[in-house]
Design a binder for this molecule. Sequence first.
Ligand SMILES: Nc1ncnc2c1ncn2[C@@H]1O[C@H](COP(=O)(O)OP(=O)(O)O)[C@@H](O)[C@H]1O
Ligand SMILES: [Mg+2]
Length: 325
Amino acid sequence: MAKSLLKAQNLYHIYRAKQDQASVVALKGVGFEISQREFVAIVGPSGSGKSTLLRVLGGLMRPTAGSVIFNEEFDITKTSEEDLTFFRRHEVGFVFQEGNLLPDLSAYDNVVQSMTLAEVPYEFRKKRALELLDTMGVLPRKNQLATRLSGGERQRVAIARAMANNPRIIIADEPTGNVDFKTSVRLLELFKQLNRDTGMAFLFATHSNHVAGYANRSIELRDGLFLGQHGKDIDLSSLDLSRMVIMDSDNRITLPENIMGQLKEVGSLWNISVVESKKILLTPLEAIAEEQVPIQDSFEQRECPVCGIMNPPEGKFCISCGAKF
Ligand SMILES: Nc1ncnc2c1ncn2[C@@H]1O[C@H](COP(=O)(O)OP(=O)(O)O)[C@@H](O)[C@H]1O
Ligand SMILES: [Mg+2]
């Protein structure tokens, strides 16, 4: 199994009340893990806690409670300011909705600047900045001020800047939030290609299920809680008890995948009862399931699966084409 890159456990975050505002509990016990080289989305409506979670995972903010273990080694929520700054400069690259560029600098200088902060030697900075701008398809725009770039170009430069110090993970908060649909598809394709080519993990937040669909795995956040996971790269053991079951507008509930896995085969019957007014108890109804009569025998006649002619129920061969049942 791939090595764990970031593992968050039981994260809570409370924004304390200021003056007459109420305190907000933005994260209510979130557990989350991303492995090296993974491509993961966090999806949820506005206010669900996506930005808070990304800020905590990227070491931009300490959570009120809980831990975030980086590289199976150290807890970024408990480390010194100095180590945290090193972590942010070298291990993570950030991309925000607005393309976090410095407005008074050119595209090129924006990329160089993040390497200057990380004390990369001058000659190396120049070469790497030009290479990255080229990979992102914005080399011809290198001397433009950030404010003169289009939305899509700004995000490409922001990605180049985020990648400059070769981080282990790019954390992007609504990176396609301010660009049109076509540009957002191109940016997502670029993310995917960079993830494949460089092995950097990508974690991005979006309110759009469509955008989240580009990830190999997406985590759904609702109201500060981890609601479920979608996608092909889901490790069932990572699903924990922190998820909720929510009733939709048609009074239906979708059970988490690990519970579905334990409910045996399709068509098995369960009795649902509510206990202690909070828990749902599922009891197997084996007896009823066994009494169920196969659909085929309940008809007087049987349809031949080969030619479609109706046959008498007792026959072993089709009366029309001779196919064997
Ligand atoms: N700096 C802040 N001060 C107070 N409340 C905040 C702050 N940032 C976010 N919140 C609140 O925390 C909740 C989660 O916000 P956020 O993490 O920004 O969600 P999302 O990114 O999914 O829109 C919201 O109710 C929001 O109003
Ligand atoms: Mg947000």
